[in-house]
Write a protein that binds this ligand. Structure first.
Ligand SMILES: O=P(O)(O)O[C@H]1[C@H](O)[C@@H](O)[C@H](O)[C@@H](O)[C@@H]1O
Ligand code: MG
Ligand code: MG
Length: 284
């Protein structure tokens, strides 16, 4: 098992670096923008090209492994996590940033066995930061070990979150209600990098104390959640319950005391799960 995981890690890092080159080059081209679940859920040909590149390269090396890839799911592939070795891929996390050349864009690759993330790679390709984690083996950025912040007081914390791409009025109300509660605690600040994977790497690096979001997907958080755990942090549901990769809800924090103060402030809602088939033949 150990050797397999090292091979997986090495391959994930190599292919993420290659994907990052493609993304950086595409920044100077015209970016044709299409939409998916809403008018603000963006996708480009580069997202699709990079996902194909990653899956093709992994298939050659690990023909038995399964995939859950953001753009494959958008094209109708199922989004079901099984016990089999599975690569969970977000080819461009931060597509809106990419479209606007806002400088935080990541390639996120998580690898699960028995539904548990064993390897996580987040390549923040415009910063050239390669974040890596193996379960039980620590978290690293460009080879340097990561450690979450030791702050226990939420009032002295920075909290990261995102607005997502769901503009239903009830969802927007919940987002603002959580924000108002958290800002009024008060906290030192609220931030959002525009990519879940980078937000999680910021928690792992100790630059922000916590990140929470509802509505993102498994490919946004699979790799980054392992970075946080391996840097000494915790990952849970926004209501304080157990984390569930497919629930589309996450609260990742440096420690339990900060996390539980946030649980009290977050107005939760339940997006449709990633593994629930809503419309026959379509996995949304
Ligand atoms: O750029 P994406 O891969 O689509 O991921 C985004 C997601 O779409 C958005 O809803 C979240 O708020 C962001 O945190 C994701 O990273
Ligand atoms: Mg994403
Ligand atoms: Mg994406």
């Amino acid at each position: 098992m150990a050797d397999i995981l090292q091979n997986v890690m090495d391959h994930a890092v190599a292919v993420a670096r290659k994907a990052g080159e493609v993304v950086r080059e595409a920044l100077s081209d015209d970016r044709k923008v299409m939409t998916k679940s809403s008018a603000v859920d963006l996708v480009t040909q580069t997202d699709q090209k990079v996902e194909k590149l990653i899956i093709q390269s992994v298939k050659e090396k690990f023909p038995q492994h399964r995939f859950i890839g953001e753009e494959s799911v958008a094209a109708g592939e199922p989004s079901i996590l099984t016990d089999d070795p599975t690569w969970i891929i977000d080819p461009i996390d931060g597509t809106t940033n990419f479209v606007h050349a806002f400088p935080f864009v990541a390639i996120s690759i998580g690898f699960t066995i028995n539904k548990r993330v064993e390897v996580g790679v987040v390549y923040s390709c415009l910063e050239d930061k390669m974040f890596t984690a193996r379960r039980g083996g620590g978290a690293f950025c460009n080879g340097e070990p990561l450690q979450v912040s030791d702050q226990t007081d939420v009032h002295r914390s920075i909290i990261a979150t995102e607005f997502g791409s769901n503009r239903d009025p009830e969802v927007v109300d919940k987002i603002f209600s959580s924000l108002r509660n958290i800002l009024s605690l008060p906290v030192h600040g609220v931030r959002g990098a525009g990519t879940a994977a980078v937000n999680l790497s910021l928690v792992a690096s100790g630059c922000v104390e916590a990140y929470y979001e509802m509505g993102m997907h498994v490919w946004d958080i699979a790799a980054g959640s392992l970075l946080v755990l391996e840097a000494g942090g915790i990952v849970m549901d926004v209501d304080g319950g157990d984390a569930d990769l497919m629930s589309r809800r996450i609260l990742a924090a440096n420690n339990r005391s900060v996390a539980l103060r946030l649980v009290e402030q977050i107005a939760p809602y339940r997006p449709d799960r990633d593994d629930v088939k809503k419309i026959s033949g379509k996995w949304w």
